[in-house]
Design a protein. Structure first.
Length: 244
């Protein structure tokens, strides 16, 4: 299908609003992207440039953490992770957890905020730079989440918000079909869904699988200060997921 080229300013995840909103935001991502960070620390060690990017959170290596790259302690920096399923719980390994020395010298996460991000794209909906364009919304959990100052894995239970995640995504699909009827019609046509059945639960799940975006945003809120460096680190993250 011919691409729909959109001349838009590149809108990165950093513009996302924190909180519940009924306004659409734009998110541009590469096709194979699944995790993003508002910032990441880069440094040169022995002549080699090293970036502590968010992909490090999923490499099963505590020696390669994600490290935020903002000035100060990194409050309000965040990671956005594509899940495509309901998040029942997540497990984090806090700090630079390779050893106690590195753990103590760098900041560790003390409090965090969590929100869900959901949206849709449409066939051929890309920018001039070949980024896939999604129209998204965000919904925050207004509840405190805290981590202990330890290197052992810590679980955060999101089970009480399972139904809310499903309801949020279903609402996003319904609102997208209302606010962007031409794009939604393209989705239905591409998937062979009769227009009169586009709002059925069965077909909404099909739309979700092929053209949907569902992720979780984890925002740094407060930290345990390091003895030497004002960089906040997280070593690993894993999720317990469930189908919509």
């Amino acid at each position: 299908m011919k691409k729909i080229l959109l001349s838009l300013m590149l809108l990165l995840p950093g513009i996302l609003l924190y909180g519940q909103t009924d306004s659409w935001q734009k998110l541009e991502i590469l096709e194979d992207s699944s995790v993003w960070a508002s910032s990441s620390l880069s440094e040169t060690i022995n002549g080699k440039r090293i970036t502590y990017g968010p992909e490090n959170l999923f490499d099963s290596d505590r020696g390669t953490p994600w490290v935020e790259g903002a000035s100060g302690s990194g409050k309000n920096e965040y990671i956005l992770i594509l899940c495509q399923k309901i998040v029942k719980s997540m497990e984090l390994v806090n700090g630079y957890a390779l050893n106690q020395r590195l753990f103590s010298r760098n900041n560790r996460l003390k409090n965090l905020k969590v929100s869900f991000v959901a949206g849709l794209t449409a066939p051929g909906l890309v920018t001039e730079l070949d980024y896939y364009l999604y129209f998204i919304r965000e919904e925050a959990i207004f509840a405190p989440f805290s981590l202990d100052d330890v290197m052992t894995p810590q679980k955060i239970d999101l089970g009480k918000w399972e139904a809310r995640q499903d309801q949020f995504y279903q609402k996003v699909i319904r609102d997208f079909s209302r606010d962007y009827p031409d794009f939604y019609a393209m989705i239905l046509q591409d998937l062979g869904i009769p227009p009169e059945e586009g709002d059925s639960l069965m077909y909404r799940k099909l739309v979700m699988d092929f053209y949907g975006f569902f992720g979780i945003r984890i925002t740094l809120d407060d930290v345990y200060p390091g003895t030497h460096y004002d960089d906040t680190c997280i070593s690993e993250i894993s999720f317990e997921l469930e189908d919509f």
